[in-house]
Design a protein around this ligand. Structure first.
Ligand code: ZN
Length: 267
């Protein structure tokens, strides 16, 4: 494993995001390694709870955009994002065992597709959640958890402005279960995991399926699919192509552009 570490603590299987030099930016390798680890853990009867955490000051700075600056064909991007982002994120959300995320520092855009796909989220006081993709002409992230986590009105403000939410506000909004001091957060998450691990796995599996089904019959599954198509359509606009792809060639140009745009509109 190049981008994650794995740790087994009794019935708790821990997946540790481990690209601190890249602020745990999520690249292709990390997605594939997380997926492989989850699939192995799913078959392992000794694993009763999966815990995601990060070996870094931050949970994740989002997708690693440092790759190629070439614009892919729409159909290439659709296939790639469908397989790697959409399906693998929903695999975490639908995972047959309970999942917990421990979030410290930044949790940005694609980072939310791990943390918010988990069943429980424990945040440290310095954690903040941010999805500023619209500022880059993108239609949020590939999987839209926000309306389900915080409600439509809060989701609109969060996504329209791109303003970050500090941990205590995120908890108030329902994105986070508990805010726990940095030095105690992992212990608290393990304590919760141990408590959950004591429940018969089949009971939890059925209970989780029923809870997720409750959201799904309220429309979650269909709205995820609809949003994904909107997200892909958003990628094809001239604005997003210019901001998201061309900007990768020159980050300073992008910063300058965003600064000037803000100055024009934000008085
Ligand atoms: Zn995308």
């Amino acid at each position: 494993m190049k981008t994650i570490c794995l740790e087994q603590n009794g019935p708790i299987f821990e997946i540790v995001l481990n690209r601190p030099e890249k602020r745990n930016a999520i690249d292709h390798t990390m997605i594939m390694e997380i997926d492989a680890a989850l699939r192995t853990a799913e078959q392992d009867l000794n694993v009763r709870v999966v815990l995601f955490r990060a070996e870094s000051q931050v949970f994740s700075a989002g997708h690693d955009l440092s790759g190629t600056a070439e614009r892919p064909l729409a159909e290439e991007r659709l296939d790639q994002e469908l397989e790697e982002y959409y399906k693998k994120t929903l695999y975490i959300r639908d995972y047959s065992k309970p999942t917990i995320a421990v979030v410290q520092g930044a949790c940005i855009a694609a980072g939310l597709m791990i943390s918010q796909a988990c069943d429980l989220v424990i945040a440290t006081p310095n954690a903040y959640f941010s999805n500023p993709v619209a500022r880059m002409g993108g239609v949020a992230a590939e999987v839209l958890f926000e309306p389900w986590d915080m409600g439509i009105r809060r989701a609109k403000q969060f996504l329209f402005t791109g303003d970050p939410l500090p941990a205590h506000v995120a908890m108030q909004f329902g994105m986070v279960n508990e805010v726990v001091d940095s030095e105690k957060a992992l212990d608290r998450a393990r304590e919760l995991a141990a408590k959950i691990a004591a429940i018969p796995p089949i009971t939890l599996r059925l209970l989780k399926k029923s809870l997720n089904h409750t959201q799904d019959i309220m429309g979650a599954r269909e709205s995820f699919e609809y949003h994904f198509i909107m997200h892909e359509l958003g990628h094809t606009t001239e604005e997003s192509q210019r901001l998201l792809y061309d900007a990768r060639k020159d980050k300073n140009n992008l910063k300058q552009f965003l600064k000037q745009r803000d100055e024009k509109y934000v008085k």
